[in-house]
Design a protein around this ligand. Structure first.
Ligand SMILES: Nc1ccn([C@@H]2O[C@H](COP(=O)(O)OP(=O)(O)OP(=O)(O)O)[C@@H](O)[C@H]2O)c(=O)n1
Ligand SMILES: O=P(O)(O)OC[C@@H](O)[C@@H](O)[C@@H](O)CO
Length: 237
């Protein structure tokens, strides 16, 4: 089976002083998370689309889905976890409990706050994850990337042609992801900034799907302004 999991379990602290997690802020009258869910609903290859939300926002999430999308049997709201990867696992536990997990079951995970992903990106994630254990979405680095441990002195300037910037979706054979995650040490878990790193750390080949420059993650108030501009100028169409 092919599942989608939209990650909305975060609080959005870098967005500053807001009265709700950033995924619920509206752009053009529609909450960011709804813009994102709408992209996934359009793809009928997903059996279920899980949305992980903070415990205290579950009812609110269900309410706005009802208001903007209506009843949809494929959408399921699940409680998130203490960090991003724990939220992914929380969705997977739900799948295991409700449906069981077969070796060929795959999951396409995506940040709720990246509403500008395209149909092509979703389709390529599905096609590639059916062939590989793990898939990341990335764009070629435009700037030269500097490496510095102390933020003062440059240690290394890697060859730019080999540098990419990771986005989401990130897609996995569910059992592969769970096995690698469970094999991580506590120290390894602390350095994770995404789920593909779980697989990369454990030697799994992670296939790259081409992302888009406009597939931004809305993290700060600046990103919110950029997101409004992307929508108004129809840059992501
Ligand atoms: N426990 C968590 C933490 C994050 N996320 C989700 O992961 C995505 C990317 O994370 P990020 O942008 O860091 O979101 P927040 O953790 O909400 O932001 P901040 O770090 O500023 O608090 C977001 O859609 C967020 O809701 C999640 O599902 N569960
Ligand atoms: O919470 P952070 O903003 O550090 O990380 C989020 C990331 O995991 C994710 O959105 C992609 O950027 C993956 O590369």
């Amino acid at each position: 089976m092919i599942y989608a999991e939209i990650l909305a379990g975060g609080k959005g602290t870098r967005m500053g002083n807001i009265n709700m997690p950033k995924q619920f802020i509206t752009i053009d009258g529609t909450p960011i998370i709804i813009h994102t869910i709408e992209k996934f609903i359009l793809n009928d290859r997903f059996e279920k689309i899980l949305i992980v939300s903070p415990k205290e926002w579950i009812n609110y999430t269900k309410d706005i889905i009802k208001k903007h999308i209506g009843e949809n049997d494929r959408l399921v709201v699940v409680e998130g976890g203490s960090d991003r990867n724990e939220s992914i696992m929380s969705g997977i536990h739900y799948i295991e409990k409700e449906f069981g997990i077969e070796d060929d079951d795959v999951i396409v995970t995506h940040d709720s706050v990246r509403p500008f992903l395209t149909h092509r990106i979703i389709e390529e994630n599905i096609d590639e994850v059916l062939k590989h254990g793990a898939v990341d979405t990335a764009i070629e680095a435009v700037d030269t990337i500097l490496q510095s441990k102390d933020g003062e002195i440059i240690d290394n300037i890697p060859i730019r042609d080999t540098m990419f910037q990771g986005q989401t979706p990130q897609s996995f054979h569910i059992n592969t992801l769970v096995n690698h995650y469970n094999a991580l040490s506590g120290d390894e878990k602390t350095i994770l900034t995404d789920a593909c790193k779980i697989c990369a750390l454990k030697g799994e080949n992670v296939k790259i799907v081409k992302g888009e420059l406009f597939n931004i993650k809305i993290t700060t108030p600046y990103d919110l302004k950029v997101a409004k501009a992307i929508l108004q100028e129809r840059i992501s169409k």
